[in-house]
Design a protein around this ligand. Structure first.
Ligand SMILES: [Zn+2]
Length: 466
């Protein structure tokens, strides 16, 4: 929005005068003059009060002469009553405004056109404030958010309010996902996608992972909680593309990598989704989010994941043509664990590890398996590794994958897991029930996927939807 510069200058002068007057009045001669930080803080406080007044005036005026009657949603007729006050909490704080109010329909419903127009729910908060609270809530534990928000907003919001707004946004994300799942099972929709002429993704990546979230037992009325904390798997999926990292933006590690491998890629356009569900149910979300991106139609679809069986089963079921790659770092780590368990002499361990890692890098999985077999005798870790490398051999043709220019690390989804689970759901002081954990995680996933504005727009339409 553009404003008339003269108007802004005029108002600013008035604000400055009023501020100065208040400052002089409250200032004792012997006191040192206020620092710029104090001036800023006080002036923000004043501007906030002006915001409260201005928003109140804006919502209370300019509605013209109210019509005597309005149609009611039920089909009946509403009569104009009078101007009625209402209170909402906005980004400036609590405001009172007065608006035309209609009632008198046989259905008993009332209506305030201004509330409908701006999505205001008397007694609740504006969608603008809700979006800010949600943003704090996806980033910090709810009690931390409170303190953090107060510093920015200059008024207090309760921990419960932040929690409820964040989880409302997550519930809206869950609703979007339900829509995708329904769509992705609709034959007409799937057919219509085939006629879409927009360019198909050329090389799309998918990853899946899971992390544990602690769910606190809820005490039943009058009883002690039945058992201790319950750890549940939050499954996280990510769709993304890869792009080369430009030379000027390469980190030290990436420069080393470039010298060795002549290519460094990074993920872009990451889209995360998550839930606490059994694998089969989560598979529906994997299919639905993929359908929305036309992953099944992509010229190349590549899954880079760790070796978990449920993951590959889902990939095979929903995207049978996809290239399957076991995350390089998981495979490499497996060898480190074997080396650690099987060798006591450091020199032998290092020599063995270097050789098998080279084999693995060159896609010689059979040589890796033989090397593990050679040390299985007294080493359970090596026995497990033989099974692991045998089962995943076709997903470890790293020589071919590298030649094709594929990303071979699933760092993207793991960082998503870390960002969603470790950094948010495992923050100190976090306590969860299943819905709370899922909705907070979904809100955070939407934020990380760049879908925040879509959720906020949905939130703005909420009071109208009920
Ligand atoms: Zn009615």
């Amino acid at each position: 929005m553009d404003y008339n510069t003269d108007v802004i200058t005029g108002i600013a002068k008035q604000v400055a005068e009023a501020f100065k007057a208040a400052l002089t009045q409250g200032h004792q001669a012997e006191e040192p003059s206020p620092t710029i930080a104090e001036v800023e803080k006080d002036m923000r406080g004043m501007l906030r009060q002006i915001g409260v007044e201005a928003l109140s005036v804006f919502l209370s005026t300019g509605q013209g002469t109210p019509a005597a009657e309005l149609p009611c949603a039920c089909g009946g007729t509403l009569q104009y009553q009078r101007r009625r006050p209402a209170i909402v909490t906005s980004v400036f704080g609590k405001i009172t405004y007065e608006r035309a109010y209609y009632a008198g329909c046989a259905c008993g419903q009332g209506k305030a056109p201004v509330d409908e127009r701006y999505g205001l729910e008397p007694g609740a908060m504006t969608s603008g404030l809700a979006a800010l609270l949600g943003l704090a809530g996806v980033e910090f534990a709810f009690d931390e958010s409170r303190a953090w928000l107060q510093a920015f907003l200059l008024f207090e919001v309760s921990e419960n309010t932040v929690r409820s707004e964040t989880q409302t946004l997550g519930a809206l994300q869950a609703e979007r996902e339900t829509g995708w799942v329904e769509q992705s099972q609709d034959e007409d929709y799937l057919q219509a996608r085939l006629r879409d002429t927009a360019p198909l993704p050329t090389r799309l990546y998918g990853s899946l992972d899971a992390a544990k979230v602690r769910i606190e037992p809820r005490p039943k009325a009058g009883k002690k909680p039945e058992k201790q904390d319950d750890w549940r798997d939050l499954k996280v999926g990510c769709w993304y593309e890869a792009e080369p990292v430009p030379p000027s933006q390469r980190s030290v590690r990436q420069r080393d990598k470039f010298d060795r491998e002549h290519a460094v890629f990074r993920a872009k356009n990451m889209r995360y989704y998550c839930d606490i569900l059994e694998a089969e149910e989560f598979g529906k979300l994997l299919w639905a989010t993929g359908c929305a991106l036309r992953a099944d139609l992509a010229r190349e679809l590549v899954f880079v994941c760790d070796g978990a069986v449920w993951i590959w089963n889902l990939v095979k079921l929903h995207y049978p043509h996809a290239v399957q790659i076991v995350d390089w770092y998981h495979a490499e780590d497996r060898l480190k664990r074997v080396a650690h368990a099987a060798f006591t002499v450091e020199r032998d361990r290092a020599a063995w590890l270097e050789q098998v890692t080279t084999h693995l890098w060159d896609g010689q999985v059979e040589a890796v398996i033989r090397a593990c077999e050679a040390v299985t005798l007294s080493c359970a870790e090596a026995q497990h590794a033989v099974t692991y490398f045998t089962n995943n051999a076709s997903r470890m043709r790293y020589d071919q994958f590298r030649a094709a220019g594929y990303l071979i690390g699933s760092g993207t989804v793991e960082s998503g897991c870390k960002q969603i689970v470790t950094q948010r759901l495992k923050r100190p002081g976090a306590q969860w029930n299943v819905d709370g954990a899922v909705h907070t995680a979904k809100a955070r996933a939407a934020w990380l996927s760049g879908d925040w504005d879509i959720l906020c727009t949905r939130r703005a339409a909420l009071p109208l939807a009920v």
